[in-house]
Each structure stands twice: as C-alpha cells, then as structure tokens.
Design a protein around this ligand. Structure first.
Ligand SMILES: Nc1ncnc2c1ncn2[C@@H]1O[C@H](COP(=O)(O)OP(=O)(O)O)[C@@H](O)[C@H]1O
Ligand SMILES: [Mg+2]
Length: 260
C-alpha cells in the first residue's frame, strides 16, 4: 500500500506570510508521527492540510491517494479522524457521551444507516471502553473532566475507522497524571498494528508515546528535520527547532528536555 499522505513542496501563504514553507512529507500506513515545534510553527496548519480542511497555495497534497484540488473533500474527510480544540468546541456540551462517539459514523457517505445501527453502537461502546471512559457513556459531554473529554474525542475520531488519525495537542491542559495516562493510552493505540497511520502534534518531548516511530520538526513553517525518531531527535535538532540551546535526555522509552 502506498503512502496515506504525501505532501510535495507545500506552501501556504496568508496575508503575505508563509504559514508552511515548501513542506515535503510522506506518511506510510504503519507510521506513527510526532509533529513537534514551538507555538506558531505551523503544526495546526499542517494538520489542516492533512485533514483536507485547507488547500496548498502551491505544491501538491495527496491524501489517501487523492490529490487536493481534484477531489471532493467531503468524501475524503470522513476517512480521516481529527481531534483538536476547534473540533472539541463544536461538540454540544449537553450531548450524551455515547452519542458524541456514535454520531461520527453518520458522517460516512454511502452507508445504510439503519442496517448498521447495532454495529455502530457496539463499536462506540468498545471504543469508549478502550479509551478508558466506558463508564461515562451516559453522562453529558459537558460534565466530563478535560482529560476524559480528550479520550472521548479520540474515540469519536476512531469511530469511522479512519485511514489516518490526526491528534492536535491532545495532552494540552491535562495535569501530570492525566498526561501520563493519556500518553500510555496513545502508546497502546499506536502499538496496535491495525490502528491507522497517526500524526500527533505536541510541543513537549515529554508527550511522545514510546510506540511512535517518526518525528517531524517544524520551525516557522519549514521542516528542520523529519524521519525516524532515533535518527532525528537530538539536542542539536531540538535546539534549532525551538531557537534555544536545549539538552534532550532519553530515559528508557521517554524523553525530557531542558535549557542547556
Ligand atoms: N488564517 C490565517 N491568517 C494569517 N495567519 C495565520 C492564519 N492561521 C494561522 N496563522 C498564523 O500562522 C502561524 C502558524 O499557525 P499554526 O499552524 O496555528 O501554528 P501552531 O499550531 O504550530 O502553533 C502562526 O503565526 C499563526 O498566527
Ligand atoms: Mg496549533
């Protein structure tokens, strides 16, 4: 199978500023990517392209074999799972958690909804349990903690069995235990060979789950370095990415970084 995502020389310009600057990036089905970079580096913009919500100003973006500009994005989007603060804001706070997840399957075009209803409900229950929030299925979304909401959003993103999973700062706003627990869950998802290709945005190396395989370092819209984590992630590369002298420490399967 070919790459699920292939960007070639992608530039996005807004008001004369390059939000992305000649980005060339390829994601294979078995890849689990970390997208790392400081605030404003273009990480969210990159996911907007990868989820068919933005088009390149120049260059080409091919998603799941379809090239943006010559494909109906409304057919493409249900095949891509996305979580972000913007997506979360659109979830009604009064909606039942189970419904938040199961309703994602209705976005898939060409399905005979009634026929698959039971399967959909089973899958939603399974995903909520897998994400560790099965017991909250009957609560309303608004009554959940921030960490529980992140898990429900990931279950929702997985509901339509996407071929590409995009997570924009899923650990933002979580406390230490919440972060560690989410990193463990993301590790388990990424370690599952049947899970979709994944790209996880963060600006903290502490949030890199052990089973993630690749990293793309972004600074000011451009790639500093990209490839297998062990080849790319170093004190020097991190320092260049964040514009500060940093020391990267690997302890076991996890990373920490601090000023050098
Ligand atoms: N529609 C827009 N018009 C102009 N500038 C934008 C627009 N969207 C984002 N930006 C700018 O582009 C840069 C990259 O943004 P973003 O992709 O959100 O970065 P990140 O997610 O890495 O923090 C930021 O400087 C941001 O202010
Ligand atoms: Mg962002």
């Amino acid at each position: 199978m070919g790459p699920v995502l292939e960007l070639t020389d992608v530039t996005i310009t807004r008001n004369g500023t390059k939000l992305l600057d000649r980005v060339t990036w390829s994601v294979d089905p078995s890849d689990r990517w970390v997208v790392l970079g400081p605030n404003g580096a273009g990480k969210t913009t990159l996911l907007q392209i990868a989820s068919a919500r933005m088009h390149p100003t120049s260059g080409t973006a091919t998603l799941l074999g379809e090239t943006l500009g010559s494909v109906d994005v409304f057919e493409l989007r249900p095949r891509i799972g996305l979580t972000s603060a913007a997506v979360a804001d659109r979830i009604p706070r009064h909606e039942r958690v189970h419904d938040v997840v199961v309703s994602a399957s209705y976005a898939v075009l060409g399905r005979w909804r009634e026929r698959y209803d039971d399967l959909d409900h089973d899958r939603a229950r399974l995903l909520l349990a897998w994400l560790g929030v099965g017991e909250y299925a009957d609560r309303t979304f608004g009554t959940l903690s921030e960490g529980e909401r992140k898990r429900v959003q990931i279950a929702r993103a997985l509901m339509a069995d996407p071929e590409l999973l995009l997570l924009d700062e899923p650990a933002a706003g979580l406390d230490l235990a919440g972060r560690e627990s989410l990193v463990r869950t993301l590790h388990q998802i990424a370690a599952d060979p049947t899970a979709p290709a994944t790209a996880l945005v963060t600006h903290h190396v502490e949030e890199i789950p052990p089973s993630f395989t690749h990293v793309i370092l972004l600074r000011a819209g451009a790639i500093v370095s990209a490839g297998p984590i062990n080849d790319v992630l170093s004190s020097a590369a991190l320092s260049e990415t964040f514009g500060m002298s940093l020391k990267l420490v690997r302890s076991g399967t996890r990373y920490t970084a601090r000023a050098a």
